[in-house]
Design a protein. Structure first.
Length: 179
């Protein structure tokens, strides 16, 4: 089982915050007054998750992940993991701590390549790459923006996520500053 709070816990706690929607870890005041290094959304509502998972044919490991954490914005958004969002949910821009995850349904609706086989589960802010899980074998593939051939692949969602968090973690010091 993937536990994002544990995987991102080596950073110094600075004004960590917990809301009804998410855990906010390591405040970065030099970025902004409400900027956090890692935002990990709380578990998806079971009924909503069931409906979205059925509609989009989520692999079991994605359902398991969203049951524990409904997406995340990791390392100042360098890596985003998508989650399920209630239909027609409006953003409350006055309450930073109530923001939902990036909507996995919206991301997949705009994905035009092998939609029956690939499910978009995340993305990288720096170059717009998308992370997809192959429904047929659960391999993870990274596609650069506009490309149809993966630039990298992993044998599983868990392997990819653990390795990428470990890699990205080395780009920041213990207080969350880019090295």
């Amino acid at each position: 089982m993937i536990d994002l709070l544990s995987l991102t816990s080596h950073f110094k706690p600075l004004n960590d915050h917990e809301s009804q929607a998410a855990w906010f870890r390591t405040l970065l005041p030099w970025v902004g007054p409400e900027a956090y290094l890692n935002v990990i959304h709380k578990p998806a509502p079971p009924g909503l998750l069931f409906n979205v998972a059925q509609r989009w044919h989520f692999p079991e490991e994605i359902v398991d992940f969203l049951e524990r954490q409904n997406g995340a914005m990791l390392f100042c958004g360098a890596l985003n993991l998508y989650g399920v969002v209630e239909p027609a949910r409006l953003l409350n821009r006055e309450d930073t701590f109530s923001l939902p995850p990036f909507n996995i349904e919206d991301e997949n609706a705009s994905w035009a390549f092998q939609r029956d086989r690939l499910l978009v589960v995340g993305g990288y802010m720096f170059d717009g790459s998308r992370t997809c899980i192959d429904r047929s074998d659960s391999h993870i593939h990274i596609f650069k923006k506009g490309q149809r051939i993966p630039t990298a692949s992993w044998p599983s969602f868990e392997t990819w996520l653990v390795e990428e968090i470990s890699r990205l973690r080395t780009l920041f010091d213990g207080e969350g500053r880019k090295i």
